[in-house]
Design a binder for this molecule. Structure first.
Ligand code: NAD
Length: 490
């Protein structure tokens, strides 16, 4: 631990499991360590849940469901609105905690508090807007009533890269819809969720409505919950292989699922683009969160006539980035989450360079404490390189030249993923054609960041199922009932 303020903050984070409104130790008192990726030091020891603990959390969520589902939506909305307000008051604590446990620079952590907090406000507003419909059937022989109902107890699994926003993006719509939840944050970054759960209790969330389990046995603990018939919904954000495994488990009980999985975002720069805008967009689309975002631009597909100029300009910017612990002022590049991430990033860059790509900046792991990798630019990356096929999840900007629009579309769509794409062009008709031709669930047109609580976030193809945020997000936690009644005049 590095200073008193951080120590105090960490000491205030609950270390137990939140089950039925009580913080309790894991079965047998088992604990797991949480580390700071910038220093490698252990910063907290928290409860390590067993399968029985997971079941106890589901018991609590199932018990609390009828009363929460029957709570007027206005009351549920007010609780979420209070959570939004409390998060504003405690924003600095949440930002610092995310920086300590995850590594992102403090300025970005503050941005995540703003973005993540917004889901509480958005869904507090959406809660009261869930409506059904009533009307005569087309034959005129009866009346059709369509109503919406909370789906039931939900299991929410989140990744480590956005510790607050991934939790609020699931918890807020679930609570707004009248569902109760068991949340399982990633093992690497559980502290933010634990602190947020404490905040929700302060905001008035009743006991058992939000339960939190932390565990080093994500597989067995989750499987037992997913296969339990009392569970009615699984919402997962994480890697595609784990998502596929969970979908297979969910299939047995025909469980409702939402899946926010991996991405391999193309970032297309046409010769008619405003290069200043494209370079600025590229820097945020690539280096936010050190490239550890499912929305991170993975492949920079740049028209051959501007590829060299684009590469020169981004390289100049990349050389100005500052590596270090995210709590230090001026730091723009924090650590990767762990050693495995460093090894994977290095292997992807080495593979591209061995195939003939040009290394323009970076290209090495940073020696010493912490898991840092230099921000890197590689150009003329040959098709077939692992860098273009796999989700990089690191600070590597890979440039591929293209010849014409059809070529750009072919390269951009040449992936099993379809989360987000970015397009830079000043030609409106071309921009519109790209909206229609790119196979992704989201698109930034002359914009390098697309996430917004008011927008439907989600992917096509193997990037997932369902949407989070927007007017769509709450429907992931609702089920529809159609009722036919007789013609009251007959
Ligand atoms: P991961 O799949 O390893 O882990 C995600 C979560 O699943 C963690 O909570 C982990 O503990 C849990 N988990 C791991 N194995 C499990 C199992 N067998 N059963 C149940 N739970 C299990 O992914 P990660 O490395 O934490 O996150 C990075 C991935 O998440 C990337 O692929 C990224 O694209 C994706 N991601 C997607 C979105 C999106 O909205 N599409 C957002 C953020 C991250």
């Amino acid at each position: 631990m590095t200073n008193n303020h951080e120590d105090e903050l960490l000491a205030g984070v609950p270390a137990g499991l939140l089950i039925g409104g009580e913080w309790r130790p894991a079965e047998g008192g088992r604990t797991l360590d949480v580390s700071d990726p910038a220093t490698g030091k252990v910063i907290a020891q928290i409860a390590d849940a067993s399968v029985a603990d997971g079941q106890a959390a589901l018991d609590a969520a199932a018990d609390a469901f009828p009363a929460w589902a029957a709570t007027p939506t206005r009351e549920r909305a007010e609780v979420l609105r209070r959570a939004f307000d409390l998060l504003q008051e405690r924003a600095e604590d949440f930002a610092l905690l995310m920086t300590i446990e995850m590594g992102k620079p403090l300025a970005e952590a503050r941005g995540e508090v703003a973005y993540g907090g917004e889901f509480n406000r958005w869904f507090s507003e959406e809660a009261a807007r869930v409506q059904g419909r009533y009307g005569a059937n087309p034959e005129g022989t009866g009346r059709m009533i369509v109503s919406q109902h909370p789906v039931g107890p939900c299991y929410l699994i989140t990744p480590w890269n956005f510790p607050l926003a991934m939790a609020t993006r699931k918890i807020a719509p679930a609570l707004a819809a009248g569902c109760t939840v068991v949340v399982k944050p990633a093992t690497q970054t559980p502290l933010t969720t634990l602190l947020f759960a404490a905040l929700l209790a302060d905001a008035g969330v009743p006991a058992g409505v939000v339960n939190v389990i932390t565990t080093s046995s994500a597989g067995p603990v989750s499987e037992s919950i997913i296969r339990d018939p009392r569970l009615r919904k699984l919402s997962f954000t994480g890697s595609t292989p784990v998502g596929q495994r969970l979908l297979a488990q969910a299939a047995e009980g025909v469980l409702r699922t939402s899946m926010e999985l991996g991405g391999n975002a193309p970032f297309v720069v046409f010769d008619d683009a405003d290069l200043d805008k494209a370079v600025a967009g590229a820097m945020s689309a690539k280096f936010r969160n050190v490239g550890q975002a499912c929305t991170a631009a993975n492949r920079f597909i740049v028209h051959r006539s501007v590829a060299d100029e684009f590469a020169r300009r981004v390289t100049e910017q990349v050389k100005g980035l500052v590596i270090g612990r995210g709590t230090e002022p001026d730091v723009t590049i924090g650590p990767l989450i762990d050693d495995r991430a460093v090894t994977k990033t290095a292997a992807l860059v080495d593979d591209a360079v061995s195939r003939g790509a040009t290394l323009r900046a970076g290209g090495r792991a940073v020696p010493g404490a912490g898991t840092f990798y230099e921000p890197t630019v590689v150009s003329d990356v040959p098709e077939g390189s692992d860098l273009l096929r796999e989700e990089i999840f690191g600070p590597v900007l890979a440039i591929v030249p293209f010849e014409d629009e059809d070529d750009a579309v072919r390269i951009a769509n040449d992936t099993e993923y379809g989360l987000v794409s970015y397009v830079y062009t000043e030609n409106l008709a071309r921009g519109q054609r790209m909206i229609e031709r790119l196979e992704t669930g989201m698109m930034g047109l002359n914009m390098g960041v697309v996430s917004n609580a008011a927008a439907p976030f989600g992917g096509w193809k193997m990037s997932g199922l369902g949407r989070e945020g927007g007017t769509e997000g709450i429907h992931e936690y609702l089920q529809t009932k159609y009722t036919l009644t007789a013609d009251p005049f007959a």
